[in-house]
Every structure is written in C-alpha cells, then in structure tokens.
Design a protein around this ligand. Structure first.
Ligand code: TRH
Length: 401
C-alpha cells in the first residue's frame, strides 16, 4: 500500500458514533517517554475524526498520557475523551470492564494482548482485523515486511504487521488532513505568531535577525558545546526548550538551579525560554514558530518533517547502537537530493548530536538555505507515501468487506 486512499474512501467521518461505524481497539503499553502513547493517541484521534471509527484506547500509563492530554482523569478506569474511550489497562490480563471485541484490533509496538481478549477474538463470528503496529524505521527492509501476515500458532487468527516508514511500499507516517492548512494559517498570520509567543514565552516574538531553535531531546553531552556556540554566535539565537530530560543541562549552563516552564536566561547572543509541556495538539505550533527544530524519538521526528523546517533528530538510543543504521537510513531519504556539501554537513551534525563528534553550528547554518529548500521538498515527497491512518483504514476496510 503506497498511496493515500482516494477521498471517497476516506470521508466516513459523519458516521462517527453510529452503530455501523467500524469499532477499533488500540492497545498501548508505555515503555518510557511519550512516543508510545503519543503515536497511539494521534492515530486514535485521526481514526475517529477522519474515518468515523469508534475508537477505544487501552493504555497502562495514564500519567504519561495526561501530559499529552491534560483533560484525562488519572483515577478513572474508563472515560471518554474527545469521543474516544480510554481504558486504564492496569494489568496484562485486563481487557476492559466489558469484554467487547472490536472489528479492528491494533496492538501497538509488539505489546501483548490480554489472553482473555485474544480468546474472545476467536469467538467472534468474523475474526477481527488484527494489526501489530511497529515502530517507525526508514530502513529499506521495512517495505518488504509491511503487511506481512503472521498466523496465530493456536487460534484461527492472523496478525498483520503494519510498518510505518518514509519510503514507498511502507505504511507511511501519521498526517492529519488539516495539518498543512493549519500550518499555512499560522505562518501567514503575524497576529497568530505574536499571540503564540506572548502566550508561550511571555515575550514578544524575536526580531527577524534571530534564529529560533526548538530543543526537544534526551540528555545529550553534545548540548554543552552547542550552547557555547550559540552564546558566541554573531547573530541572536532564541532557544525554546520544553521542560524535560535536557532541561538540567540548560540549567547548568546558565548556573540556574532548574530550567522549568516559565524560566528565561541569556548569555552573550543566546536567549533561552523554558516552556511548559503542552498538550499534544499544541506541539506543532512550536515547530512552526521555530527556524530549526531539534526533535527526538518517533512522533516529534515525524512532526518536524511536516513542519518543513530544517531539523536535527535525536534518535531513541538502543542497545548495541542498533539505532545508528536507522539514523543513516532516515538521512538517506531526507538528504537524498541535497548538494553533497550540505548533505555531508547535515550528516555530520546529526551524527554529532547522536554521540559521534562535536556539532558544528556555523557549518550547519552555512547550509541553511539548502536545508530549508530540502525540508519543504521532502515534506512533499513524504506525503506521496500516504498518511498512516488512511493507509491502515483502507487496508482494514478491504479485509472487512
Ligand atoms: O517521548 P519520546 O522520546 O518517545 C520515544 C519514542 O517514541 C521512541 O521511539 C520509543 O521507543 C520510546 O519513546 C519509548 O519522543 P516522541 O516519539 O517524539 O514523543 C513525544 C510526544 O510528546 C510527541 O507526541 C509530541 C509530544 N509533546 C507534547 O505533546 N508536548 C510537548 O510540549 C512536547 C515537547 C512533546
């Protein structure tokens, strides 16, 4: 499956809540951070709002979820948020208060479904469409494994592997239908920009001579050298740091006890604002308001690509450096048509940010115009692979016919 489903296949949102709507259960075990629930929640919202599916999310960590979705109650076993049912999946065997099996079952990132739920799946008149939604990887093998089937060893059930990816033949990545229009509206509106800066940082937008950088990253020893380079940069740098794992290093640089939301600091040509963690829907505006985005993990990495600005990826580190081929695979797509010198500079910077070398900001900036052009072009190329939710919904519908 390599293209966006035609509009006629997609526009079923009006059926939301009706008894004919496709029911979908998404199971999400949070390993760490926000990406597991971040991806599941974005997918859930899109399947509900754009495809009219009745979605239920089982998630085992409501605290992580609440950071992305502040209206979530921590003490409720079952609640409805924005039309989506959220079940606190509090033990591996738990499968909801009432054991209903959906038409489509998505097991995210290899989490194991409750055995009682799998048993109930076998009793359904028609077996549900069962997906194992994998982590995103830009590696070439992904297209070969996308949509491969895995028959259950004991039951008459088949699981389909659904692989997100950046290239043709993969499941693509999540992209809401309204996203480009929302970004364009933000970018052409000085009033929206002004309001965003005042609300998010408490300050007016910086002058056009400043380079605005958003910084969402894991702990990273390379940040100290980068902060020094920003401090000594000939033109102003405005740094926007959502509070999190890198905040301690920023605080140390500025000799502050902490750098939590609402903190500000300056040194030389560097001004930094700490931002409170926003609800998920608000994160895109941070990327749109910035000139260069440092992102991490999976979901913010994807959002940076749709923001069409140059970005630097702090990939989720894995044992035995298993993440490094994934980093290079992403670079191979993203940097494909860049002139050789800009491509090398980008690769050096990404590698340095991921532990190999020292990031050279001046070199990165020198290639700014080429990187900006490529970022915009790449967003167009990536869109050709199709939106993951649309691709998944289309495949599920063909199975349910
Ligand atoms: O939090 P992450 O590091 O998640 C990671 C990855 O998903 C990784 O692949 C996975 O193996 C690991 O978790 C367990 O980064 P990611 O994927 O970017 O998720 C962050 C989410 O947080 C994303 O949905 C954007 C959201 N977010 C907000 O909602 N508000 C904010 O202020 C910020 C900074 C992020």
């Amino acid at each position: 499956m390599s293209s966006v489903p035609p509009a006629s296949e997609q526009t079923t949102a009006a059926s939301s809540g009706s008894s004919t709507a496709i029911a979908c259960d998404i199971f999400c075990a949070v390993i760490d951070n926000f990406g597991d629930i971040g991806v599941c929640w974005r997918l859930a919202r899109q399947l509900a709002s754009e495809h009219g599916w009745q979605v239920r999310v089982f998630v085992d960590d409501l605290h992580a979820f609440q950071k992305l979705c502040p209206s979530l109650a921590l003490d409720r076993a079952r609640q409805t948020v924005g039309g989506i049912v959220v079940e606190h999946w509090h033990e591996p065997a738990h499968a909801g208060d009432t054991l209903e099996v959906a038409d489509v079952v998505i097991e995210a990132f290899g989490c194991e479904l409750p055995p009682i739920y799998v048993a109930a799946m076998t009793e359904r008149a028609r077996a549900p469409v069962w997906f194992n939604l994998e982590y995103l990887s830009a590696e070439d093998w992904v297209a070969d494994f996308h949509l491969r089937l895995s028959p259950h060893p004991r039951h008459a059930l088949t699981k389909t592997f659904f692989f997100p990816g950046l290239g043709p033949g993969t499941g693509g990545v999540l992209k809401e239908r309204h996203l480009d229009a929302a970004r364009a509206a933000f970018e052409v509106s000085p009033a929206a920009r002004e309001a965003w800066w005042r609300q998010t940082t408490g300050h007016a937008p910086p002058p056009a001579t400043a380079t605005v950088v958003s910084l969402f990253a894991y702990e990273n020893p390379a940040v100290d050298g980068l902060l020094e380079q920003w401090r000594d940069n000939p033109a102003p740098i405005v740094l926007l740091v959502p509070e999190g794992r890198i905040s301690g290093a920023i605080a140390r640089f500025f000799d502050l006890p902490s750098f939590t939301g609402g903190s500000h600091a300056s040194r030389g040509n560097l001004t930094a604002h700490a931002l409170a963690f926003t609800a998920q829907a608000g994160y895109d505006a941070l990327l749109w308001a910035s000139d260069i985005n440092f992102v991490r993990g999976e979901d913010s990495f994807v959002r940076a690509q749709w923001a069409a600005k140059p970005f630097v990826w702090h990939i989720y580190p894995q044992a035995d450096a298993a993440h490094l081929p994934k980093l290079d695979a992403a670079l191979a797509h993203y940097a494909r048509t860049l002139p050789a010198d800009a491509r090398d500079a980008l690769a050096r910077f990404w590698h340095a940010w991921n532990g190999a070398g020292r990031p050279d900001w001046a070199e990165f900036q020198r290639h700014g115009p080429a990187l900006q052009r490529r970022a915009a072009q790449w967003a167009g190329e990536l869109a050709q692979v199709g939106d993951l939710a649309g691709n998944l919904a289309l495949f599920a519908k063909t199975q349910l016919k």
